[in-house]
Design a protein around this ligand. Structure first.
Ligand SMILES: *Cc1c(COP(=O)(O)O)cnc(C)c1O
Length: 230
């Protein structure tokens, strides 16, 4: 049986609305990023046909291939680990890079976007649970990194992203989402020039409702839309 992407998207939008109504938020403040990594372009086209506009990819080569295959009214986010030497392949086409976790990477993005006279929108990825296996700047080092990136003219920080520690019980994930929001609030209070903390990218198929209750403005959902990945 083939997967019904349109039905899955409808279900997720309903769940986003319900989560928003539980905590008194406007559903328009929460944007759904359809995470299409390891899924073929045909499924992205189906989702686009059903009204989905923003897609998130994690691997540079796959991302570039799909952009070439698909129509130009799709908006693309890059959410995966990014090697500095691959930044040049993204350049210009990416609405938001979620995964900036070191100054060398931010500097390379700045350099590539300067060449085309544009400003890259980025999020700082925070390793909110201090897990050895995960990318991201540690919460303690986030402010220093953000102050350094703030000086780069062709990069704009729009907020923070995190992949918190996994727990079967989503209530155990809630404190991590809350900590990311608090970190964003603390950084916002510093009033650093050129820095916005308005975007919080947090929440995936398993835990997006809790993330919304804790303030997520972008949720990154793959499996619940496209099914399990290989
Ligand atoms: C794969 C991935 C997701 C989507 O995860 P699902 O559990 O399939 O919803 C979200 N964020 C990042 C950074 C990912 O790599």
């Amino acid at each position: 049986m083939s997967i019904d992407i349109s039905a899955n998207l409808n279900t997720i939008h309903q769940r986003i609305e319900q989560a928003c109504s539980r905590c008194g938020r406007d559903p328009h403040q929460v944007e759904l990023i359809a995470v299409s990594k390891k899924k073929p372009a045909e499924l992205i086209a189906q989702a686009a046909q059903a009204g989905q506009r923003v897609f998130g990819e994690s691997y540079v080569q796959e991302y570039v291939d799909k952009q070439q295959q698909l129509s130009t009214d799709i908006r693309w986010h890059f959410i995966g680990a990014l090697q500095t030497n691959k930044v040049k392949y993204l350049h210009g086409s990416t609405e938001l890079i979620h995964s900036v976790d070191r100054l060398s990477l931010a500097k390379e993005i700045d350099k590539q976007w300067r060449k085309i006279d544009k400003v890259a929108n980025i999020l700082i990825q925070v390793n909110i649970g201090n897990e050895a296996s995960k990318a991201g700047v540690t919460p303690d080092a986030a402010e220093t990194l953000i102050r350094a990136v703030a000086g780069l003219p062709n990069v704009h920080i729009q907020g923070l992203m995190a992949l918190p520690p996994y727990a079967d019980d989503v209530e155990q994930v809630r404190p991590w989402f809350r900590q990311l929001r608090q970190l964003a609030q603390n950084i916002d209070k510093l009033n650093l020039p050129q820095i916005s903390m308005s975007t919080l990218s947090m929440g995936m198929s398993h835990d997006f409702e809790v993330a919304i209750e804790e303030g997520a403005t972008l949720v990154r959902i793959g499996t619940a839309i496209f099914g399990e990945r290989e």
